[in-house]
Design a binder for this molecule. Structure first.
Ligand SMILES: Cc1cc2nc3c(=O)[nH]c(=O)nc-3n(C[C@H](O)[C@H](O)[C@H](O)COP(=O)(O)OP(=O)(O)OC[C@H]3O[C@@H](n4cnc5c(N)ncnc54)[C@H](O)[C@@H]3O)c2cc1C
Length: 436
């Protein structure tokens, strides 16, 4: 008999669970993946995609190509009724359908965790998806080009002021990589100089990069400040209505770009499901990655992992939960796939246990910071380690090869720093032609 397995979300967890399950249970499972996007996003490469070091398309993995033998449905999960084994899916065009299943894997990941700050929703941009990375790159390069073409000093100042809110891992990488690209692009704008660029980071906590420990956080802070970047600690963004930025330390200035990188929260769609959720909105899981209720009773037929799941971290004193990271997501996914295959064969399940190995971060070309299993690296060695590690981790040989080719080409011909800003208004030239 074939078991219908429905996987919600085709990111790290969705893709790796499906691959593992197919490998172990083969023709005994009928796997369907639902995702809004037809690809898995390799998020650690988004800062490099935003900085023009790799082609954005190469930081995503096409699901249909990798998931041969499984069904991929592009659509938004709108509701989960596990008691009826049903999920409602809506396409971007409004078409609705209901999918039925025997076993459910919840892999919906997380979304940006925002705050009710005036102007934030209307003016800022997030940094979790490839479209946001492409937009940021075009935006920064476009602002440079426009600033170089104006004589208005106030407008120029505003165009060249870039604010990043949130000094966690993803925020620091995006901040440092984008500044590095903007600085490199100055060579094509003799009207501008490095002192015209203003990169500002706002962080509520007393330090940045908390995921890497105090020593590396302080090193990174000094590095960024030495590059002329402004980092405000213990400071909040109070408002950014129409780009008028107000900070809790009393500073106020105009900025044309505000990037929100202040953390994530589990996919809000889980709120319209009948699955048991923890205090922060994650699906509650046992170490076997089966969904459980608050008392620890297994909810039959439901599994979860990754950023949307509250998975006990068995390497720490309980209660402690695994942090949202690709490192856990990939390993949990493989474990989940193996456990689900064993469950279908009536075998005993095993617990997920993984000690976080550390992190590597890129701070721009040839600059980086790393703390891996207690070994701390700075500058070029850390940057090299970052590239080597992520090249080995991005799924499929196809993507690895394309990324290495991007890096190699950039080595000989420099990275491509042309703004494709007009890509965001593709009908403009045509409508102007029609109007004339
Ligand atoms: C810029 C950046 C850099 C990072 N760098 C690192 C790093 O270097 N190391 C590290 O360990 N971690 C890193 N992370 C974190 C890591 O990428 C995440 O922890 C990981 O992606 C979580 O995997 P996941 O499968 O749970 O979620 P995701 O990979 O986010 O997948 C969730 C999927 O669900 C889909 N989805 C969501 N809602 C719906 C819906 N309603 N309907 C249909 N589909 C939906 C999404 O489109 C997405 O494809 C980084 C994150 C970011 C943003």
């Amino acid at each position: 008999m074939t078991t219908r397995v429905l996987i919600l979300g085709g990111g790290y967890v969705g893709l790796y669970t499906a691959l593992e399950l197919k490998k172990r249970a083969g023709r005994h499972v009928d796997v369907t993946i639902v995702d809004r996007r037809p690809y898995m996003t390799y998020q650690p490469f988004l800062p490099e995609a935003a900085a023009g070091s790799i082609e954005p398309r190469h930081s995503v993995v096409p699901l249909r190509r990798e998931m041969k033998g499984s069904r991929v449905i592009q659509g938004r999960v709108a509701a989960i009724r596990h008691d009826q084994r049903q999920v409602d899916v809506t396409s971007d065009y409004g078409d609705e359908r209901t999918l039925e299943y025997d076993e459910l894997v919840v892999a919906l990941g997380s979304v940006s965790r925002t705050l009710p700050i005036p102007g934030l929703k209307e003016f800022a941009i997030g940094f979790k998806y490839v479209e946001e990375a492409i937009n940021l790159r075009n935006r920064v390069l476009g602002r440079l080009a426009r600033a170089a073409s104006t004589d208005d000093p106030d407008l120029r100042r505003r165009l060249l002021t870039f604010v990043f809110v949130g000094g966690g891992f993803a925020g620091v990488e995006a901040f440092a990589e984008t500044e590095d690209m903007a600085r490199a692009a100055l060579r094509y704008h003799p009207e501008l100089s490095a002192k015209d660029l203003r990169f500002v980071m706002v962080e509520m906590m007393p330090r940045i990069l908390p995921e890497m420990g105090e020593e590396m956080g302080e090193y990174t802070l000094k590095e960024l400040r030495d590059r002329g970047m402004e980092v405000y600690l213990e400071t909040k963004l109070e408002s950014c209505v129409d780009g008028h930025v107000e900070l809790s330390n009393g500073e106020a200035f105009e900025a044309d770009t505000v990037v929100w990188t202040a953390g994530v929260k589990p996919s809000p769609i889980l709120g319209s499901s009948d699955l048991p959720l923890g205090p922060k909105g994650h699906v509650i899981c046992a170490p076997t990655l089966q969904v459980t209720d608050e008392d620890g009773t297994v909810v039959e037929g439901a599994w979860a992992a990754g950023d949307c799941a509250q998975v006990p971290d068995l390497t720490k004193e309980q209660p402690a939960y695994c942090a949202p990271s690709a490192q856990h997501a990939v390993r949990q996914a493989r474990h989940l796939g193996a456990n689900l295959a064993d469950h279908l064969r009536g075998r005993e399940l095993t617990d997920y246990k993984h000690k976080h190995l550390g992190l590597v971060a890129s701070l721009g070309l040839n600059k980086g910071v790393a703390d891996v299993m207690g070994v701390k690296l700075r500058g070029w060695p850390a940057w090299f380690m970052h590239r080597t590690y992520h090249m080995s981790q991005i799924p499929t040989f196809n993507r690895k090869a394309r990324v290495v080719l991007d890096w190699t080409t950039a080595l000989f011909f420099r990275r491509d720093l042309v703004s494709m800003g007009r890509i965001h208004e593709p009908r403009r030239a045509f409508t102007e032609a029609a109007d004339s």
